[in-house]
Each structure stands twice: as C-alpha cells, then as structure tokens.
Design a protein around this ligand. Structure first.
Ligand code: GUN
Ligand code: FE
Length: 438
C-alpha cells in the first residue's frame, strides 16, 4: 500500500553495514518505522496496527537496496544520450549541447524529453536526482510538474547564462537574475510536494558574468536553497577562467567571492583543483559530484576521489548525461571503480582503489550528504523515508547467472557489476511505489 506496508525481508541491504539479512521492515506514511528480526513480526504488526494482508515477502534472490542518488544530470541533454561524444568539452558544448538546449523553448519538446528522462532514470533505480534544465524557466517548470507526477525526488535548476554562449541561447544579466529568483519562489511557494527542491544553477564561470554570479549567490542565501554548477572539468576550461577572471586567485576563488561556495553547493567534476582550492572547498563544506563516465567520454581527465575524501570533502556520484552517455547509476558506479583502478595503476602502490562497497556508498548515502538530505534518505535507518529498490536476481530478470551458493553480499556485488534495469523490479520513493515491472 502506498501509505502503509510491511515487509518480511530476508535479504535486506543497509548502508553502513553492507547487508543485513532476515529482517522485517515496517513502512508507514512513507517512513521506515521499524527494522527488526522476524520473530518480532506479530508483536510489531499489533503495535503498529498492520493487517496480515499488508505484509509482503521478498522472493528468493531478492533484496532491498537504498535508492540511487544522481547528484548531477542534465535532463535537457537526455535526448543526446549516446550521441555526440567525439569532441572535448568546450567544442562539444558549442557544436552539440547548446543547440540542443535551445530547443527547450518549445514546451512540447521539453515535455517529451523530460518525461522520457524521468521514466528512464526511475526505471534504473534513481530515486533522487539533481537536474540541470535549460535557461527557459517555463520549460524547467515542465520538468518539475512531471517529476511530481512520476514521483521522483528532485533538485531542479533553471540554468543561468549571460555570456559566452550562442546568441540564440543567452540571457540578459537582469533577466537571468529575475528568472532564477522567480523559478525558486515558484517552487518554494508551491509547497505541495516536499520531494521537489529548487537549485540556483549558474552553468559555469565562463558563461556567467561576475554580476550574475554574485546575484545568484545572493538569491541562494536569501531563500536558503541549493546551488549547482560545474568546476575544473578540463584544462582548457581552467585556462579560460584564468583569462576571463584575471583579478581572482583561481577558479574556486571566483565562486567563493560570489558567495557560491556553501554547504548546499554541488560542484560537478572538480578534476583539476589545486591544494588551495581543495582546502577552500573543505572549509566551506562545498560538495563535489564525481562524474566518471562523462570525464572519460569527453576526455576530460581522472578525478581522484580518494584524495578529495581524505581532505574531508563529501563526494557523490553523477551520471552527467549527456557528457556521460548512460543515465544508469549502476554504470556510474562501475565507471567510478574503473577510474579509481586506473589511478591506482599509475601509482607506485599504496593507493587503495574504490571497490564495489565504495561505489555503492557514493551512489547512496554520500549522494544524500551531498544534497543535504542524509537525515531523510541514503540508507534504511528507522525514521528515514523509504526510498528503495526491490532488486531481483532470479531467472525472471534473466540477465545474471546465479549458482545458488552465493552469499547475500556476493549477490549485491553481482548486481553492481552486472545489473541493469531488468533487475530493478520495484522502485519506492518516500514509500510510494513509482515503478513496478513484474
Ligand atoms: N560545463 C558547462 N556546461 C557543461 C555541460 O553541459 N556539461 C558538462 N559536462 N560540463 C559543462
Ligand atoms: Fe554537467
């Protein structure tokens, strides 16, 4: 049931201890109200007033996994997924991405792509996503309304751009400020859905004047909302920022002086940060979204997430569609492991690359920390919202061979390395079942 359900869960997975087995989990009004051993079942049912028919039992070779959190994805680029990956970032933006984003002036086009993007993202187990839309406020609202309808937990930004873009895809500074503020106000005033959050979204420093950046910092502060942007993704981009903002110490200093480095800020990429920049990120509790598929596909570089984490930076994972060609967080997890292995292979030992547990942590609880919602989601602690995937590795899914002797943790491992949307039988966001495949 949407508001009240209970599971006997033999095979339940939880964030910090990788897996827990033989548990019964209670969900009421979207929240996890207990997580206990099955012997307690009758007692719990009585005290929380659950009927027997509200109880479900997982099948063999099934487990719950916390929903995935995609901390950086361009909904407006979803139509380009798998296309246009033959150029590095700045050329790619000019030739393919800006012309695509310009199409979102057309609300019907926006509706078609945003709808497909949300559906595909949910089917792949992304229960929370932080989206870039385009410079168009109205069409960004189309994504908001579709997300409410489809039930994904979303952070949504109308992109702000007032320089170094195409003449058909650019805003006046004043308009960009006003439209961003209106977009934020509209979402906040709706208050109908606690799953939707506005995000102040300068595209990146090169495409924003200092006046715009500063005003966006002010808006984020006034309304106490999140910020997202790109930072230090490629060397030519870093060089360009140096030329465009000569009075500043470095790339991070531009965002810093504009008031854009906050505990609610997500910087996508962060590959070429200096020691000074990393320490400012740590001091301001700014978060980083690691986008390994995109960083490889656009030939941007390898981000050393271990290093960032060792300095106390909270890092989540992003698909960065369509710089990244896959909207699946399972793909992002695998790419993060591959990138980490490549970094390790270039060192003289002593570097511990990411394993599947690290990747899963990044895709769940760390993503929740990036977005400031780790009190609500990210694992199955009592009191949190039930954002979960019912994962199925049976022959019904048909894509992974299981031989029967595997431990629960091995099933999880196979899911991470070999799984896809066929294995995600159901998806829940705040207790609402938003996907049911069989
Ligand atoms: N930097 C500025 N805009 C973009 C974008 O759309 N994608 C990526 N990957 N980097 C950017
Ligand atoms: Fe991006």
């Amino acid at each position: 049931k949407e508001t009240k359900s209970e599971y006997i869960d033999k095979n339940l997975m939880i964030g910090s201890r990788m897996t827990v087995e033989e548990k019964v989990i209670g969900v009421q009004n979207g929240k996890i109200i207990f997580l206990e051993s099955p012997e307690m079942e009758e007692e719990l049912r009585a005290s929380f007033h659950f009927n027997k028919d509200e109880m479900q039992v997982l099948d063999e070779r099934e487990f719950f996994c916390p929903g995935f959190i995609d901390t950086h994805v361009h909904a407006s680029q979803y139509c380009n997924c798998g296309l246009a990956l033959d150029l590095p970032l700045l050329d790619w933006l000019r030739k393919y991405t800006i012309p695509t984003e310009a199409k979102y002036k057309d609300l019907e086009f926006a509706k078609d792509v945003y709808s497909a993007c949300l559906d595909r993202s949910l089917r792949n187990g992304t229960t929370t996503a932080q989206y870039f839309c385009t410079i168009h406020r109205e069409s960004s609202n189309v994504l908001v309304d579709l997300a409410i309808d489809k039930g994904q937990r979303v952070f949504v930004g109308k992109v702000a751009t007032d320089q170094n873009s195409a003449d058909y895809y650019i805003e006046e500074t004043k308009t960009s400020i006003e439209e961003t503020e209106k977009f934020v106000q509209d979402i906040l005033s709706k208050q109908v859905n606690p799953l939707v959050n506005p995000v102040v979204t300068p595209r990146f420093a090169p495409s924003c004047s200092m006046e715009l950046l500063t005003n966006l910092g002010r808006i984020a502060k006034t309304y106490d909302v999140s910020i997202q942007t790109h930072c230090s993704e490629t060397l030519p981009e870093c060089q360009w920022v140096k030329e465009l903002f000569p009075g500043f110490e470095d790339y991070i200093d531009v965002y810093d002086k504009a008031g854009l480095l906050t505990a609610k800020t997500t910087l996508a990429h962060g590959i070429y940060l200096s020691e000074r920049e990393m320490s400012r990120i740590t001091e301001t509790q700014t978060k980083v979204s690691h986008c390994p598929n995109s960083n490889c596909s656009l030939m941007s570089g390898l981000c050393d997430v271990r290093k960032l984490e060792s300095l106390g930076v909270v890092v989540g994972l992003g698909t960065d569609v369509s710089g990244g060609y896959s909207i699946s967080m399972l793909d992002a997890m695998r790419c993060s492991i591959t990138v980490s292995n490549i970094i390790a292979s270039a060192k003289d030992g002593g570097y511990v690359p990411f394993n599947y547990q690290d990747a899963l942590r990044l895709a769940t609880i760390s993503g929740a920390e990036v977005l400031g919602i780790s009190d609500k989601v990210g694992n199955f602690e009592v009191g949190k919202d039930f954002d979960a995937l019912r994962v199925n590795l049976s022959p019904k899914a048909g894509n992974i061979d299981i031989f029967g002797y595997e431990t629960m943790e091995e099933l999880v491992q196979k899911f991470i390395f070999l799984g896809d949307d066929r294995n995600i039988r159901e998806v829940y966001v705040a207790g609402r079942r938003v996907i049911k495949k069989f």
